[in-house]
Design a binder for this molecule. Structure first.
Ligand code: GLC
Length: 455
């Protein structure tokens, strides 16, 4: 009995963790990672780990007014709404945005070429967010971009064109899919009022209804997995839909079906510990320590996932420094970028992404395909290693605005032969004394982060 109580209390803490933070998901506890057992999945996962840098594209009806994705229709304490409207009016307005979402400049080829030039190697696209609006031509609902304002456009099944464009640029392809669906009568049933993000009717009383939701979810995921060519990652959001929370959608069945169409598929049932969270997803943050299993920090380029009218951008320097820290700790970074309601990546985002890409073209060897090294951090220097053990990399993360020093020094990962500048290959003067190496930087360097090769 006592034991039962303790595990119940633990369970509550775990589920509350996901819920208590508004719309930011916590990472699963690190010791709960479970390596996949299928060889094909492991292989893809290792390939994915080498890529290090990807893009997470949020695009949906929320892009039209440029507001937070889905969350404003959810009834929870932290969510603020326009107080001149009733909830019902607001919700009608929000769902009605489907009739205004007409992205006539939709240009996924531009997206893919911008992201390629930014040095990204994989992508994840929101096929359906919590609001239930499908960015693909689902036969399970009319609530899709293919049946609303954009219906007359030959590219109204947008998922197809997005995946094709990125496929043509050799990206690894991921589909974001929200398990909860706030538009579906099988999840938020109008017979009951809404009480937050969860299913709004008692499943015990209406098991048949819940079963319909499970079927609906299964079939929509099957549409995505079977109708759009190869997909490498199924990224499932909405971790409160889970067995522990009494919302069992039969993940076994879903994953088995998904992998029958997409062998080796990486499944990211985020925040759900176990066999279907093939990598963990700390959100807007970086784990404190190095971790030896697969993970990905998802971080936005502005403050939001989707497009907003007055964004506050992060600088390329900040993104690059974040990436260096993530890579030294063994993770990947997926950067959130929101296409405009017209269907483009806007110039301000392009400019920043280009800055990141320029840096990666010079210093990318310290990032892509590297592995972790036990001593990975000193001051603002992050270390990574070549997989063949031939060299280490020291990435000097220059704080924003800070000038570069004349020399830099550290006490771990000592050079045996030489230290050189990555990119130019220029050998640098270094001296070792008292277990500390000091490297003299060339004069006239650009005021930015850089990486050295340690041999
Ligand atoms: C958070 C947000 C969700 C968003 C996701 C992306 O979980 O709540 O809206 O899609 O982050 O990582």
């Amino acid at each position: 009995m006592h034991k039962k109580l303790i595990s119940l209390a633990f369970l509550c803490v775990v589920t509350m963790g996901v819920m208590a933070q508004g719309n930011v998901h916590e990472q699963s506890a690190p010791d709960q990672y479970q390596w996949p057992t299928e060889q094909a999945v492991l292989q893809k996962l290792h390939q994915w780990q080498d890529f290090k840098f990807g893009v997470l594209l949020h695009w949906g009806i929320y892009s039209v007014p440029g507001i937070v994705e889905s969350w404003s229709i959810c009834v929870e304490d932290w969510i603020r709404r326009d107080t001149t409207q009733t909830y019902q009016q607001y919700r009608d307005w929000y769902f009605g945005l489907a009739d205004e979402f007409n992205p006539t400049q939709f240009d996924p080829v531009q997206w893919a070429s911008v992201m390629r030039d930014a040095g990204m190697k994989y992508m994840i696209f929101t096929t359906k967010h919590h609001d239930g609006f499908c960015m693909f031509d689902s036969h399970e609902t009319d609530y899709t971009i293919a049946h609303h304002a954009f219906a007359a456009d030959s590219r109204c099944d947008v998922l197809r064109y997005v995946l094709d464009a990125f496929r043509n640029q050799q990206f690894m392809l991921g589909t974001y899919f929200s398990k909860p669906d706030w538009h579906s009568q099988y999840y938020w049933w109008d017979v009951y009022p809404n009480r937050g993000r969860n299913v709004n009717y008692p499943i015990e009383k209406y098991p048949w209804r819940w079963e319909q939701f499970c079927q609906f979810t299964y079939r929509q995921i099957e549409e995505i997995m079977s109708g759009y060519g190869n997909v490498d990652i199924l990224w499932l959001d909405g971790g409160w839909v889970c067995t522990e929370n009494n919302q069992d959608i039969h993940m076994d069945r879903i994953v088995q079906m998904a992998r029958s169409h997409q062998p080796g598929l990486i499944v990211v049932d985020r925040t759900i510990r176990g066999p279907y969270e093939n990598y963990q997803t700390p959100e807007q943050t970086i784990p404190k320590e190095q971790l030896s299993y697969p993970w990905e920090s998802c971080i936005t380029l502005s403050d939001d996932w989707g497009w907003t009218p007055h964004p506050r951008w992060k600088s390329p320097q900040r993104i690059v420094n974040t990436l260096a820290e993530i890579v030294a700790k063994g993770g990947n970074m997926v950067l959130g970028v929101g296409p405009t309601p017209q269907g483009l990546i806007q110039p301000e985002a392009v400019e920043r992404l280009q800055g990141i890409g320029r840096w990666l073209r010079t210093y990318g060897d310290a990032i892509y395909g590297t592995t972790i090294t036990p001593h990975y951090h000193e001051g603002n220097i992050w270390f990574s290693a070549a997989k063949d053990g031939s060299r280490k990399y020291a990435i000097y993360a220059l704080p924003e605005g800070g000038p570069l020093p004349a020399t830099i020094s550290w006490t771990i990962n000592m050079p045996m032969k030489r230290v050189s500048m990555l990119g130019s290959g220029k050998k640098l003067k270094h001296r070792i004394s008292d277990g500390r190496v000091t490297v003299t930087l060339p004069r006239g360097m650009q005021q930015q982060s850089f990486a050295l090769v340690i041999e």
